[in-house]
Design a protein. Sequence first.
Length: 657
Amino acid sequence: MKINNIGGIMALLSIVFLAGCSTSNTSTSNPNDSDVNLTYNDLYNVDTSKRPLKVGKTIYKASDGYMSNSDQGYNNFSYVSKNNNSYELMAYSNDKFIFEDSYFQNGIMHSGSYASSIMFAAPETGDVTISGEILITEGASNSLSVFKNDTLIKEIIIEDGSKNLEIKLSLNKNDKLYFVLNSEGSCYFNPKIDYTNEKDRLIHQTIDGEYGDVHPYYDVKNKRMIMYYLSTGREINSAHEMFSTLATSSNDMTNFNQLELSKNKANPPSITTYYALGVYEDANGNYRSCFGMGNYVGNSKSTNLEYWENGEEPFENDEGMLDYHHRVKFGSDVYSGRDPHIYYDKDSEKYYCIVMNYYSSSVDKGSKGLAIYEGNKLGDYDSNNYYKALDTTGRGDPECPQLYKINDRYYIFYSIYGTGTSGNVGKLAYRIGDLNKSPLEVNWNEKEELYLDGGDLHAAQLCQVGDMFYMYGWLTSSPKKNIWGGTLNMSREVFQNENGTLGTRIDPTYKQLLNKGLIDKYSSFSDAPKQTNRSIVSLEFNNNEVTDTGIKVTSNGKTYFIGIKSLSGKDYLLISDNESNPLDFINIQLNEKITNYKLDVYLDGGYVEAFLNDQYGISSHVEFSEQYSVKLQNNDISSTFEKCSIYKLSNSQDILD
């Protein structure tokens, strides 16, 4: 793992990898997300244990040799100093390999009087790909030389902080590779020698059967993101009924593995399929989830997020009738309801359940909207005094709604059916509540409808992570096809601006992890197209008037414009393959006038995610391969080019290198 300073690297490398929690059914003490101050670095865990011994034609990384290890030559890596044409093994002392004033420590090469070097001894004969990011941590610039035995293969000049290295080479058994930092200074470098030459795993991952509607929950205790989701019914390895609850988990916000869920056989949840989706913590520190049961909202409960039981707790009410804590009964004029979400506000000790209610037998064609039910600390809701918060009669259903308090405001979130692209449920919308007012005191119908994505990220949901928020949805597995279910977007933060609006971005630490070093640069808008593979294109420009600036990406015979357009006096961040109707695909309107633009476009196979000024984001799955031609586009004479660079995009295997 790397970050742009030595102290940051050392802090990150000191984090111990935490495995997924046990499936034990015993109760545990659960910290409340909102009570924990997490940093970005807390979200990305590094395995600092000693790596297992590797043999044969596989993938070797320098970290396989030095992680929790003081022996030279382990996993074919040694750390040496170079003086003229001779190499000297460094000795291990005080947690580093050192010779005179040169050293190697946790991925950092420091050259003093002698050049710090990494040596790899080839275990097999074969063709390899050598890759990695060289990141300057001390000094303005440097160069790194790659030698095969005594032959110089390549010298890399590092002038802009980092550089991506990629070399294809044939090795004989016992050949030695040397990576030499030539000048005084320091860099972080974790070279990878790959005998397999396997295709990179995309950051955008799917799973067996793909993700249906997702419901993320961050488990603070075990530092893992759990992605509860609905089965699409298309699983191959382990078939499940459509709409049943499944889950994956990740310790690094990128690589998700299947998480086994189970139910209490003696006291199972009152529904057998989607019994755990939107998860929250109750007043007593238990984990709970809710689900629609037609005319009420049911509840399930867990102590460890994996083992679930019935959460509707029976009691005798004041009339001597059987009633249930944590069951939300709908108002007498409600025909039915679905897609509930519950938020517990520990400050007021109240629960709020937001749900899509239908008020006539016409269901989606009749009177409908979002309703909010208030519950006390015991989880008892008053169905006679519920609040019809948002009327959506005549529009598509407001699916997958959520209600969250961010600082001193409540927000409602929903995805109107029909506002997305293929798959229909897209355009994550939100409305801003009034300062210091409960959600029942806000006139939501009068609030402006704003958006957090452009329409191809379907049924997106927010997730609270300490005092931060992240959002996830699914991108269709086949571009522009009306298929329910698909692939997760990249981990994306949502944050509050001073005026109450919300912004969305790749958080600063994740942005660094995704960037594996500079590949190429543009000098002006008129540069010829540049050829690249999976990459990040970062364009900066100024514009004081109208805007029609961005990049044109051609891949697999398809061309898309990704950038800023001004149409009918409104500015949009968009992805479009239709010049005559640029708003027919992915777009989000900008809430303010901008003059200084920074556009970051992530090209990951057929997946495209674009972010403007760390404030606006759009995601899409288009008909691209992993090879791209990138041309800058500027139809405005008022646009001033600042700089544009292409960086190597991490793959999911090397995200933490």
